[in-house]
Design a protein around this ligand. Sequence first.
Ligand code: ADP
Ligand code: F6P
Length: 319
Amino acid sequence: MKKIAVLTSGGDAPGMNAAIRAVVRKANFHGVEVMGVYQGYNGLIKGKMELLDLGSVGGIIQRGGTKLFSARCPEFKEDRYQFEAIEKMRQAGVEGLVVIGGDGSYRGAMELTEKGFPCVGVPGTIDNDVPGTEYTIGFDTALNTVIDSIDKIRDTATSHENSFIVEVMGRDAGDIALWAGLAAGAESILIPEEKYDLEEIIARIERGVARGKRHSIIIIAEGVMPGSELAKMLKEKAGIETRVSVLGHIQRGGSPTAHDRVLAGRLGAKAVEVLLEGRGGRAVGIKNHEVIDYDLKHAYENNHKADLSLYTLSKELSI
Ligand code: ADP
Ligand code: F6P
């Protein structure tokens, strides 16, 4: 291969820029040119791409978001748009594609691979929900943003003796809630993977009050229910007043942490290696601290499994 392309797709994540940089620098190291595709599959269909040279990816390693912009492109599920994208890449002399995104984006990448155009997937999403890799690019940064927010909420919660419900992102996965809850010392954590017990949540709050605790923090993943719904249930069932804080899209922004930058560097470089070896239809990831590559299909044909030992631990540590 003499020329490859890179795009970012789905929800953006901090560290995507560092991954783009790694793809360009690693490919250039091997004498291969890289085209940057703008706005994910949307831009690919329209042929919106330009050459990214060494300088063009300078000064972005620390920037959140994605320099190539991201988009959701529902029509890309149709064959005719996939063929159009392949045509646009071939016209530009591109022979392989690195897709940075989540499992939805991987489906698009596999469709292209099966139609004869080799693609490799790099996991970029704050949700940490891509099967086959233990971590996704952006998760650690989002987690740190959530923890920082909870620490601040705790200050005001303590001062006013309030109980807070903090709703976090993660789509159908509970990883952000679970890890943030554990790291911030939340009293209760609600995740989609585990059935919640309202009585137990109430009992924890009441035990805390009896022990003289001035506040209580409950973290709820958006995939369980809106935080406002839980607040209503606590009020109706036990007369417990809570404030609800929905953290929202601040979780997707900000300068990537060291962990995400290093992860992006390792995974972006590995994706290029795999592509240059002519092995399309692969995803790269991290397992037991090692960089691995595996069948792209594995990522969307399997369900993501959150580490539920952390859930058990969080209950033990917040008695
Ligand atoms: P993520 O990649 O973060 O999981 P989405 O699920 O929104 O985000 O998927 C991102 C994009 O991937 C979609 O907007 C669409 O362009 C593409 N995509 C998703 N599913 C498919 C599919 N079955 N076939 C082809 N492309 C798909
Ligand atoms: O996948 C990343 C994510 O931020 C999810 O956590 C969230 O459910 C979703 O994207 C929100 O998407 P949008 O920005 O399109 O509302």
